[in-house]
Design a protein around this ligand. Sequence first.
Ligand code: MF3
Ligand code: CO
Ligand code: CO
Length: 277
Amino acid sequence: MITLKSAREIEGMRESGKVLAGVHLGLRDLIKPGISSFEIETFANDYILAHGATPSEKGFEGYKYATCVDVNEEVAHGTPRRDLILKDGDIVKVDLTVNKNGYESDSCWSYAVGEVSQETKDLMDVTKKALYLGIAQSEVGKRLGDIGFAIEDFTENKHHYGDVRELIGHGIQPTMHEQPDVLHYGDKGEGLRLKAGMTITIEPMINEGTWKIKDHQLADKNDPWVYYVSADGSWSSQYEHTLAITEDGPEILTSQDAKEDAELLAWARQYIKDNNY
Ligand code: MF3
Ligand code: CO
Ligand code: CO
């Protein structure tokens, strides 16, 4: 079932999203060579609690942490590790979900650790643009396939990256994962038609090599969670926002920087026009 949210519910999610965005803004300063991936977890957990919210990933299907922290070829569901020290040139993805007053928000961001290679900068740039292409497609009357098609064509046909298929975006609120499934690939004009009041995430995971991923058993054999790595060991980037579909267009509820959002959306709208997406 897909529920349409009222203005009041969207306001609640916006407040949740502000706390989440605050975590990401803090991580921009925190992330540097020499810190452990667990320091990211501690910062995020403390920040969320200090802002009157709770980390929804903690306790979700037995997951123990506030954040998923994935480094380099790790694609998703990486657990924070005290013995994983970030090095100059790494790429680290931090994905978290916040609950404030019953309202959920979910956002992942990719961070360069120190100075990264041009290849890594390009991967991050294309992945971020893929997210904003998906957001720009999130208009009343368009379809889920329009979102997926734009992301797939841009990342795979134009940039020859791997667009991960197994992990997808989703509806959100009242719980973290709701209907509909939001695929990052597809056919334009196909799938569910978007309506005002839908709240969804878009969260493309883009690999430098193959789109295929494989399970990677955690070092801690007592922890049932496995994380995913790219099947060929190539590096991966991810960006995720929570958005509300409104009559006035998509609203990014986990916005970190309104000016950057506006610039990326303007670029995406032009790209969509030029490429007839
Ligand atoms: N935040 C993730 C998503 O984008 C979910 C992470 S799984 C968890 O859907 F176990 F960490 F919660
Ligand atoms: Co997420
Ligand atoms: Co999500």
